[in-house]
Design a protein around this ligand. Structure first.
Ligand code: PLP
Length: 416
């Protein structure tokens, strides 16, 4: 059973001030999740979760996460500037990008961010961007290639554009040290939305082992490992949530054996989770405006794939609650659709739902990560508002809906 921290009356009242569609985030859920995440790794001195900003780049959300001791993981110039404006700077920023433009390395350096290089050639490139020197701290992204245990879970990292090969990693640390880098990190991220706790433990173990290889072969001591993101959430009510407590405890166990008991001695752990932190706290609220019965049944809502593209793009499941009909049995089968001229513009296909009437409010669950942020304006669709249900029960608009003026803002030369 998926539940929501509000009911139909509350939302109906809210729509008088804020017309649908809109995103609604629940501060309590967000804080609870961030705390749960941090607690799972609390055994590791210096642990830090760098929230993947791309999952939810709203300053209000970032501020809440900052107050829960999270940093920010950025991959572009605007994300870096966003963190800067929120006050997340220095080593609280991790910059993990690929195919990186020079201006982004310049900005990341200016902020004092920890830079994670995606390629061996970026050592020279970064040095040039910084006027001839490398930062004191530098991290490299490892692509484990055909590493057995990883491959079986997520498909083949050999096909992924990210990171350095194992051989290049050894070389990269040696070069970086020669050119003045003093402290080192290692990053990997090869999974997305996984609910299997073993996978994360195996990834950590591989990194600990690899860090030891690097120390023995090059003398470079890896000071932190960054396990990346990919921590999954149960979008479907039948799925079991990832047991993060167990993940943390088992990684701790590996740590004792492979880090504490070896020449490595100690190491900081970091993560760059996006989805796990914010997905559950966000709901897309939309109203039914049409129903249509042809070869199939369609429920038409006032939002579309431009507001949440995961179902249309990945066939991803997002649970839908018809507000006020939580206890009504799902006797109908329909596709829940938006208004784009694309047949993939569907929030649900062949979904069992209670009998719906025009005007009903739908809550699309677990939309707080890779939801609003993946939005677009195709078909002249404007992005909707984002609201925050604060801990004290009040509502705060944290991003207004786009207007026609926003749509035309980049076209001024035609109309002035
Ligand atoms: C997308 C991404 C993340 C966050 O992924 P989630 O699945 O949201 O946890 C973290 N790190 C990097 C490098 C990414 O590209």
């Amino acid at each position: 059973m998926k539940t929501l921290p509000f009911d139909r009356d509350f939302i109906e009242k809210l729509t008088e001030r804020y017309p649908t569609p809109f995103y609604l985030y629940d501060e309590r859920t967000l804080r609870r999740t961030a705390r749960y995440f941090n607690e799972a790794f609390a055994w590791n001195t210096g642990f830090k979760e760098y929230f993947a900003v791309k999952a939810n780049p709203n300053p209000a959300i970032l501020q809440i996460l900052q107050s829960e001791n999270c940093g920010g993981d950025c991959s572009s110039l605007p994300e870096l500037v966003l963190c800067e404006r929120v006050g997340i700077t220095g080593t609280n920023v991790m910059f993990t990008s690929n195919n990186t433009p020079a201006v982004e390395f310049v900005k990341a350096s200016e902020l004092g961010a920890i830079i994670n290089l995606d390629d061996i050639t970026h050592i020279d490139f970064l040095e040039q961007c910084r006027g001839g020197s490398l930062p004191d701290v530098l991290s490299f992204r490892w692509n484990p290639g055909e590493l057995r245990n990883v491959e079986s879970v997520i498909g083949n990292p050999v096909e992924a554009k990210y990171g350095l090969t194992a051989e290049q990693m050894f070389e990269a640390y040696k070069i970086a040290r020669r050119r003045g880098v003093k402290r080192f990190g290692m990053h990997t991220m090869v999974a997305s939305n996984l609910l299997d706790s073993d996978f994360f433990v195996q990834t950590a173990r591989s990194m600990f082992e690899f860090a030891l290889d690097i120390l023995r072969e090059t003398g470079v001591r890896i000071e932190f490992v960054n396990l990346g993101g990919g921590f999954g959430v149960p979008y479907h009510p039948d799925q079991k949530p990832l047991d993060l407590k167990k993940v943390g405890a088992e990684i701790h166990n590996e740590y004792e054996k492979r880090v504490f008991a070896s020449e490595l001695g100690e190491m900081r752990i970091c993560t760059e989770s996006g989805r796990f932190i914010t997905a559950e706290s966000g709901t897309l609220i939309t109203r039914v405006i049409h129903e249509k019965h042809i070869y199939k049944n369609y429920i038409g809502v006032d939002s579309c794939m431009a507001n949440l593209m995961r179902p249309g793009m990945y066939g991803a499941y997002h649970h839908i609650t018809v507000l006020g009909k939580e206890a009504v049995p799902p006797t109908e089968t329909a596709d829940v659709v938006g208004s784009l001229c694309e047949n993939c513009d569907k929030f649900a296909v062949d979904r069992k739902l209670p009998k719906i009437e025009i005007g009903d409010l739908l809550a699309i669950h677990d939309a707080g990560a890779h939801g609003y942020s993946m939005g677009f304006q195709y078909n002249g669709k404007l992005r909707c508002a984002e609201l925050l249900l604060q801990e004290d029960g009040s509502i705060r608009q944290i991003r207004r809906a786009e207007t026609l003026n926003d749509y035309f803002a980049t076209l001024d030369e035609h109309f002035t």
